[in-house]
Design a protein around this ligand. Structure first.
Ligand code: UDP
Length: 450
């Protein structure tokens, strides 16, 4: 899985360990386990188990064990390849159950994209749940669109989405290109639809969101899936919270980038806005994402001018996002609206400028703007070309004194709700997400294997 899944999974593991002192075993492929050991010092608390996996056996580039390192069109192949882990995973669970130190209870929590793991748990009589690292609203839209392909049944530009009220309509242009092209016989449908169907057969679902912030989204997810949904988020590291201010932070997440032409316009717009910025930058879509970033993709002298006036920093590939969002000077986040980025931004009271690029980010952006009022969308998709002037206008608006102040106030309100959801306490004083995880653990650990 990509960082957007790994990070919330690690936070969930920490939370579960913290609440009930459970023994947590994290299972992934060898390269992912190695990366976890180096990037999460806290993993010493957990047992890490690599399952044998060779990407080249699945026509994937060697060392490609995460969608972070793959071009988008190969994600689906990785998803399919994950099915090959099933026998080794089953053997691992059997070993755990039959060992002399067998736990009295066992619960498997699987990502919704690797939901086959819940079937293995079911066969061995262990409790199981799926975990969606997206929000309630985005997960429902994603599941429903792939399951029903409502856009493939109409020529209309706008269509309703099963599971959502009739008044909720999506436009074809709001869909990611893979789903727009899907007809049920395509390779994405072939792997995603069974993964979703298996997720829906699990015993319960954990969701990285909070009831108070996503009241509608969590209700839709409950109604749509029919599962017992526990909103247990936000699963983030809790650092000090500082008031937001003047720097624009720009990042398109751990695996996306934009076109060269668009990168040029974005740079012009930021420079014209006069705002200070930190931009996490990767080669544009036309180039090898893992390659070296070249200044030719930016207006001439852009980086030098930014450096000279201490106005901007370009960070190659990866930045400590939470620390940046936590810093007092960060005033807005131009984001692809990946759910973790959205939660992290809101948990720090930072409003967003939305630029969704793939999957459920398109619906996250709609929700953040229309339901929560904490985002203004500047563009959508990788193919668009938004002129620099438009970027400049939106940056000024969100970081300015009129609309910007209201958005910031709203983002700070949402931050309060997220904190509330994770509040320690007894009975009614306990936050909704802590109540939910405790209820879940109560059920999951209540009986011997069923
Ligand atoms: N992230 C980071 N530094 C970067 C880019 C991303 O720390 O330069 C982290 C970010 O804080 C978030 C995750 O990677 O926790 C990205 O997850 P998200 O759901 O926002 O997007 P995805 O990468 O899955 O598209």
């Amino acid at each position: 899985m990509a960082q957007g899944h790994i990070i919330p999974f690690m936070e969930l593991a920490k939370l579960i360990h913290h609440r009930r002192r459970c023994t947590v075993t994290i299972v992934s492929t060898p390269a992912n386990v190695r990366a976890l050991v180096s990037s999460f010092p806290s993993t010493t608390t957990f047992r890490l188990v690599p399952l044998p996996f060779d990407p080249t056996h699945h026509y994937l580039p060697s060392a490609s064990e995460s969608s972070d390192t793959l071009p988008t069109h190969l994600f689906v192949r990785l998803l399919h390849a994950s099915l090959s882990l099933r026998p080794a995973f089953s053997a691992l669970l059997s070993d755990i159950l039959s060992s002399s130190a067998a736990p009295s209870r066992l619960c498997v929590i699987a990502d919704v994209f690797t939901s086959w793991a819940t079937e293995v748990a079911e066969a061995l009589g262990a409790h199981h749940a799926v975990f969606t690292t997206c929000g309630g609203y985005g997960t429902t839209a994603f599941f429903s669109l792939w399951q029903h392909l409502p856009h493939a049944r109409t020529d209309a530009e706008e269509f309703s989405v099963p599971g959502f009220p009739d008044s909720f309509r999506l436009r074809r242009s709001q869909l990611s290109s893979y789903i727009r092209a899907a007809d049920g016989a395509d390779e994405w449908s072939a792997d995603l639809r069974p993964a979703i169907a298996t997720s829906l057969r699990s015993k319960s679902m954990l969701c990285n969101s909070a009831e108070e912030v996503e009241t509608t989204g969590i209700r839709l997810l409950r109604n749509y899936t029919g599962l017992c949904v526990y909103a247990v988020g936000p699963l983030l590291e809790w650092l000090d919270i500082h008031p937001p201010n003047s720097v624009l932070y720009i990042s398109f997440g751990s695996q996306n980038t934009i076109s060269a032409q668009q990168m040029m316009e974005l740079a012009k717009g930021i420079e014209a806005s006069g705002k200070a910025f930190i931009w996490v930058i990767r080669p544009p879509v036309e180039f090898d994402i893992g390659g070296e970033f070249q200044n030719e993709w930016l207006p001439e002298g852009f980086e030098e001018r930014a450096r000279q006036h201490a106005r901007g920093v370009l960070v190659r590939d990866w930045a400590p996002q939470l620390e940046i969002l936590s810093h007092a000077s960060t005033g807005a986040f131009l984001s692809h609206c990946g759910w973790n980025s959205a939660l992290e931004s809101l948990s720090r009271g930072v409003p967003l400028i939305g630029w969704p690029l793939a999957s459920e980010q398109f619906y996250n952006s709609v929700m953040l703007e229309e339901e929560l009022g904490v985002c203004v969308e500047v563009a959508r998709g990788k193919e668009v070309v938004v002129p620099g002037e438009e970027v400049e206008r939106v940056v000024r608006e969100v970081m300015g004194e009129e609309r910007g102040v209201g958005m910031r106030r709203r983002a700070v309100e949402v931050r309060g709700l997220l904190e509330e959801a994770m509040r320690e306490g007894d009975g009614e004083a306990k936050g909704s997400s802590l109540r939910a995880i405790d209820e879940f653990l109560e059920v999951a650990l209540s009986g011997k294997y069923e």
